[in-house]
Design a protein around this ligand. Structure first.
Ligand SMILES: [Zn+2]
Length: 552
């Protein structure tokens, strides 16, 4: 036995041996020890400085931030991982301001009033979009194989306009889906994506006043102004919009249908879509603006047969720039959101380089662009990936680090979704931390609100780091109080700046867990997998099989 190993070792070329020895050295503890709080603080203070002018995409401050990240990657010896051998990956942005006209062709010939009855926007990249088609009520508009639920069963919606309820049926019946925990199937973005997959020409979401829904005034203000998105090749889906509940009730009544009765049917399994027997005709004129910004990507190459695969470690570097002054301050510095996460990405890259640790899969460090404009940087990464998404094992996101002190616990969005949950728990345990989940994060669907999420939708398992809630040497409730205080007083305001009482002890704890998790994923025999019950499992399987077109 011994003899045969010796023969094997002797027969290996020396360079391969050296590589193996180096690889054997790589451990999470080694990288965790190399995490440096001085580096973290320096990056945070630079990125959140007034000189960066709030890092708005397309402004001088935004560009300086991107250049700073690229320079740090270069200094650390990271390989460019963006477009054509650079650190930059372009995010093409199109902004459409809609001006729609809608007619519904029922017997009584109903007119709908813009803003009061409906909002509607174009999904094309052109100044005029015309659509006309038969209206079909598709219930919740959900196709969820893991819940054996398909509202599009045996239905052909080509050239049709689907009318769908927002939220998922679990909100009304806790025995289905995940009950009060909002699944992605409940989000309005999902409804649009599914209608697109089904080949519909348009979709109208019926607005309801359930707790998980925005009030109609929010719908009015959010969808009548400029609609910002990543410019992608158009699909068959031409328009999307919202119908006010009263307007929808009227529309259904004119078609001889009862909306509230159909709603009851829609949250029962086996619901079948109902054609409304009326036509909708719409013209959306849009004023169009185009702009661009950049994600910033640097890579530490892996070693061995998994080196082509990678683990992403990212955080968004953009914020709101200069805006309406609050108490005489007009610079939206975004210190916590998200100079802190960007600083953490840079400090993580530095820890890997300084530790000399080598891991199997490559590590790709990312400064995401334009997150605050609607996750545009991460959307663009999926829409025009600079590498094959099949090779991406996992995405670890940092959006808002803990700047309030040491904790006994730690959290991450997505621990309930994939095998990254146990990996993260192991990394936390090694750092003496318990993993806890804030139930509010699940109910409000926070998993769907940062840059790991567009990647999850493309099938890549991900986590987004959260602070713990139990602070060391602080009274119980301190964590909750700090979180509430941040939301009420600083979130998305000029007062989100570096404060004298900030301490990085908690952020260092978090960062040590992230680098340990990254090492674990990078060295694991196989890529992490989505849980059986996850709404992203199908996307994950399609990605691994290469069935899904990577152009989105
Ligand atoms: Zn953020």
């Amino acid at each position: 036995m011994r003899h045969s190993i010796l023969v094997l070792l002797l027969s290996l070329p020396t360079c391969q041996l050296a590589a193996q020895q180096q690889q054997a050295k790589a451990s999470g503890a080694q990288v965790a020890r190399a995490v440096d709080s001085l580096a973290l603080r320096a990056h945070l203070e630079f990125l959140a400085d007034d000189l960066l002018e709030g890092r708005r995409p397309g402004t001088r401050g935004g560009e300086v931030a991107a250049k700073y990240i690229a320079s740090q990657f270069q200094r650390l010896g990271l390989k460019p991982a963006g477009d054509s051998g650079t650190y930059f990956h372009q995010v093409p942005i199109i902004t459409l301001t809609p001006n729609p006209v809608v007619r519904v062709g029922t017997a009584s010939g109903s007119e709908l009033t813009y803003r009061t009855d409906y909002v509607l926007w174009s999904l094309r990249n052109e100044p005029t979009t015309n659509v006309s088609g038969e209206l079909v009520f598709v219930g919740y508009g959900i196709n969820a194989p893991e819940y054996q639920w398909n509202d599009y069963q045996d239905l052909d919606v080509k050239n049709k306009i689907v009318v769908a309820l927002v939220n998922d049926p679990g909100l009304r019946d806790s025995s289905i889906f995940r009950g009060p925990i909002l699944t992605y199937y409940g989000r309005w973005t999902y409804k649009i994506e599914e209608a697109q997959r089904q080949g519909a020409a348009g979709i109208l979401l019926v607005h309801t006043t359930e707790s998980a829904t925005y009030p109609w005034t929010t719908v009015q203000s959010s969808w009548t102004g400029p609609q910002v998105r990543v410019e992608k090749p158009p699909t068959s889906l031409l328009v999307a919009g919202w119908l006010n509940y009263e307007a929808a009730t009227r529309l259904f009544r004119e078609a001889g249908q009862d909306l509230s009765r159909l709603e009851q049917q829609a949250h029962q399994k086996g619901f079948r879509a109902v054609p409304l027997g009326s036509q909708l005709q719409a013209t959306v004129r849009s004023t169009i603006q185009r702009s661009r910004t950049n994600n910033v990507l640097g890579r530490i190459p892996g070693q061995g047969r998994l080196a082509e695969e990678m683990v992403l470690i990212g955080g968004h570097y953009d914020h709101f720039g200069i805006g309406a002054p609050v108490k005489g301050d007009s610079i939206y510095n975004g210190a916590e959101d998200n100079a802190s996460g960007t600083a953490a990405v840079l400090a993580a890259a530095e820890a890997f380089v300084r530790s000399g640790a080598r891991v199997g899969r490559s590590l790709v460090f990312i400064g995401f662009a334009a997150e605050e404009s609607g996750l545009l940087g991460s959307e663009a990464l999926v829409a025009r990936p600079p590498f094959s998404l099949r090779q991406v094992a996992a995405a670890l996101n940092m959006d808002g680090m803990n700047l309030y002190g040491r904790t006994a616990d730690i959290g991450a969005l997505g621990t309930d979704q994939s095998s990254l949950g146990p990996t993260f728990r192991q990394a936390a345990t090694a750092e003496g931390l318990k993993v806890t989940t804030d139930p509010d994060d699940l109910k409000r669907g926070y998993f769907f609100r940062s840059d790991h999420f567009p990647l999850a939708r493309a099938g890549i398992p991900g986590l987004s780091l959260q602070a713990g809630m139990s602070y060391v040497d602080r009274p119980a409730g301190y964590g909750r109080q700090k979180k509430d205080e941040y939301i009420a007083q600083r979130y998305h305001q000029p007062s989100d700046e570096v404060l004298p009482w900030f301490t990085l002890d908690g952020a260092i704890q978090q960062l040590r867990v992230i680098v340990r998790s990254a090492v674990a994923v990078a060295n694991a025999r196989s890529q992490p997998v989505w849980n059986e019950t996850s709404e992203f499992r199908t996307a994950g399987e399609e990605r691994r099989a290469g069935r899904k077109s990577e152009e989105g």
